[in-house]
Ligand binder design. Structure first.
Ligand code: NAP
Length: 277
């Protein structure tokens, strides 16, 4: 009888104690019956290169990557997917059987899957999207929206330089709006995305006035703790279809699970409940 290797995967970051990924992948491992494990690993930047060399030898088939390694891993790995290059960061690594490490970014995929699942009538080409924020998450959102042919992105960020940087990367479909003028772009938007950390537990509220919001605009928040942010609450009061950020977290994790463990995870209300307990 040949004993099969137990597949191992995990998430690397520093700090790492807060991560919900082990709960999610642990749930999927139990659900699919794959005899694998998914482990949170606190890895300091100075140990990153050595860790990526050692883990495949120890039975790891891949990793999720979080702060502060999302950009630096790109310079260490052998292969970077086009979407990770466009986003400038990786969140998923695959340790390939040929010994090469491949870096991917599934945030944009997770964003679109969540949006189309939560707002099935949303049409990416229906009109401009207003994106609040210009950090790593906003970059993934913009890449995904442009891939789905959103005609124009109104981009606004407290620090204008970061928005300018994204315009340089993504080109003329991105129009920069001053942070103080964000409210002026709302009435023309078919989609509003909060990709700032405002509204997150422990952070200030998002204070962009929403008076101009149309009831047919879809509103989504990347923040998932709390699930119901004041942006989503106000948008619901106006009659907008809203989508919270938890589904993006779940959907961005699924491609990694499929690659590493060779099984299809189910995404349903139980999956959401596991993460909100
Ligand atoms: P990041 O790179 O650190 O960017 C943070 C963004 O928030 C920047 O645009 C920043 O503006 C803005 N911001 C922070 N404090 C602010 C304040 N007081 N006033 C105005 N703007 C402020 O972070 P990120 O990785 O892009 O993540 C952004 C949010 O998305 C976080 O809440 C994160 O949890 C969430 N997220 C969710 C998912 C998901 O799966 N649902 C995935 C990725 C991220 P400045 O440039 O001016 O600092």
């Amino acid at each position: 009888m040949t004993l099969q290797k137990i597949p191992l995967a995990g998430v690397i970051g520093a700090p790492i104690a807060h991560t919900k990924s082990p709960k999610l992948h642990g749930h999927w491992l139990r659900q699919t019956g794959v005899p694998g494990h998914y482990i949170p690993l606190h890895i300091e930047p100075s140990d990153l290169k050595q860790t990526l060399k050692l883990l495949p030898q120890m039975g790891f088939v891949g990793l999720n990557v979080t702060v502060p390694h999302k950009e630096t891993v790109m310079r260490i790995v052998d292969i970077v997917t086009d979407r990770a290059t466009l986003i400038g960061a990786a969140n998923t690594l695959i340790f390939r059987p040929d010994g090469k490490i491949q870096a991917d970014n599934t945030d944009g995929f997770g964003f679109i899957e969540n949006l189309t699942g939560g707002a099935p009538d949303w049409n990416p080409t229906a009109g401009p999207a207003l994106v609040l924020g210009a950090g790593g998450a906003a970059r993934a959102v913009i890449a995904a929206l442009l891939e789905y042919n959103t005609p124009e992105i109104f981009l606004t960020n407290r620090t204008r330089d970061r928005a300018e940087n994204l315009k340089d990367i993504f080109g003329p479909k991105v129009k920069i709006i001053d942070w103080v003028d964000a409210a002026n772009a709302i009435e023309d938007a078919a989609l509003v995305v909060n990709a700032t950390s405002l509204g997150m537990q422990g952070k200030p509220e998002l204070r962009v006035p929403l008076d101009g919001l149309r009831p047919d605009t879809v509103v989504t928040d990347l923040v998932y703790a709390p699930l119901q942010t004041s942006l989503l609450e106000t948008a619901q009061d106006i009659g907008c279809r809203t989508v919270d950020g938890l589904g993006m977290l779940i959907h961005q994790a699924a491609p990694g699970f499929r690659h590493w463990f060779g099984a299809d995870p189910v995404i349903d209300d139980k999956t959401r409940a596991i993460l909100t307990k």
